[in-house]
Design a protein around this ligand. Structure first.
Ligand code: SF4
Length: 378
């Protein structure tokens, strides 16, 4: 590509990686390099970068002192990976991705397409200038570019808006039409995945970097709420919404085979409220078609999913709408009723509110109507 400044803007780029490797061929070499007093400024800048991510501030580009500043990004990753806090990692991924998205807004199309090719091996082509596009059918003239659909699908499923679903896109001969701002979003989304899902082999850290890690760990206490899972005890199901209660009862009764959607919904819900994988496996261990190894595999898969949008690991529990369309909501089906269901969109929202009420001995539910807009009508 690329000027040195662009390497700082796009740390995932091939050129930035080459420059990094010129100074430190791997993370062990980076740790050694950071142990030298003349490189302490890199640690300071990396610590500042992580702190910005932790506090939702914008990441600032380095001061352009010398080429070694390209090592600030991998040093910041080292700090976060050493701490191994999923919420901090999610904040870092978000902040780094936002920074890239902002920088891309000032780049020309050719640079951006080249960046896609050299960094991710994506095939992106221009749809031509305004004059050429003017000849195209009206529905597709506003698209600046096209990207191979398999490249589009590497990132688009992480975005929830309907426009990102492949069924809502123009696809022609394996190409998906996109607008330039959407390409920026795909690039920054791919970078987010790299930060979120990439794991580093942490070498022994030098003293100065260890001190930076310790300072960030101290800061985490003030900026990331340690979410304690709800205590699971003998009262486990007293805060369950009707749908989960029914699936749970069916599962432990050993008389009903839960559908795949029900199994997924129940497992994701139980894991999210803090139940251990072993205990969730036991809930499914009574079903008539039980296959222990398959159940354990499915539960482990649901528990280990890393979400792009959440700081907590595991799939987010299935929402009310989907449960209703799959005939898994007894309130929607009219076989039972709970007033709280009108004010939530996900069984997890029901559970956290009801668990709070139970903890405060609140049995009068009239406050729902005073405090919240109805979200569902039955
Ligand atoms: S409305 Fe939602 S929380 Fe309530 S029973 Fe139906 S699916 Fe469950």
């Amino acid at each position: 590509m690329s000027s040195f400044v662009q390497q700082l803007k796009y740390p995932f780029s091939q050129e930035a990686r080459h420059t990094s490797q010129k100074y430190a061929r791997d993370l062990g070499a980076l740790a050694d390099l950071l142990d030298l007093p003349e490189n302490f400024y890199l640690i300071e800048a990396a610590e500042k970068r992580v702190f910005s991510a932790l506090t939702f501030e914008e990441i600032e580009l380095p001061n352009i002192r010398d080429e070694k500043e390209v090592l600030i990004y991998p040093t910041a990753r080292l700090i976060v990976e050493e701490i191994a806090n999923p919420q901090l990692r999610a904040r870092q991924a978000e902040a780094e991705s936002k920074s890239v998205n902002k920088q891309l807004a000032n780049e020309d199309d050719q640079f951006t397409m080249d960046l896609c090719k050299s960094s991710f091996s994506w095939d992106v082509e221009s749809m031509g200038g305004l004059t050429e596009r003017a000849k195209l059918p009206i529905q597709i003239k506003t698209y600046d570019m096209k990207i191979r659909f398999e490249n589009f699908l590497e990132v688009a499923p992480d975005f929830h808006a309907e426009e990102w679903k492949l069924v809502n896109r123009f696809v022609d001969n394996g190409w998906t039409l996109i607008r330039r701002r959407e390409l920026n979003r795909l690039i920054s989304g791919r970078f987010k995945q790299i930060v979120l899902l990439g794991r580093l082999d942490i070498p022994r850290l030098p003293q100065r970097l260890t001190e930076a890690v310790q300072r960030i760990e101290t800061e985490i206490k003030g900026h990331i709420r340690q979410s304690e899972p709800f205590k699971i005890d003998g009262q486990i199901n007293s805060a369950f919404p009707p749908c989960i209660q029914k699936m749970y009862d069916n599962s432990v009764s050993g008389q009903v085979n839960l559908s795949h959607v029900a199994r997924f919904a129940l497992a994701a819900f139980l894991l999210r409220i803090g139940m251990s994988e072993d205990d969730v496996n036991k809930v499914f261990g009574h079903s008539p078609d039980k296959n222990n190894r398959l159940i354990e595999y499915q539960v482990e898969h649901i528990a280990s999913k890393r979400s792009m949008t959440s700081e907590v690991q595991g799939y987010f529990p299935t929402g009310c709408k989907k449960l209703q369309t799959n005939n898994l909501c007894p309130v929607y089906a009219g076989t039972t009723y709970d007033p709280l269901c009108q004010y939530i969109l996900n069984p997890l929202g029901f559970y956290s509110t009801r668990a709070w009420e139970i903890s405060k001995n609140i049995t009068n539910h009239s406050w729902y109507a005073q405090k919240k807009d109805k979200k569902q009508f039955f």
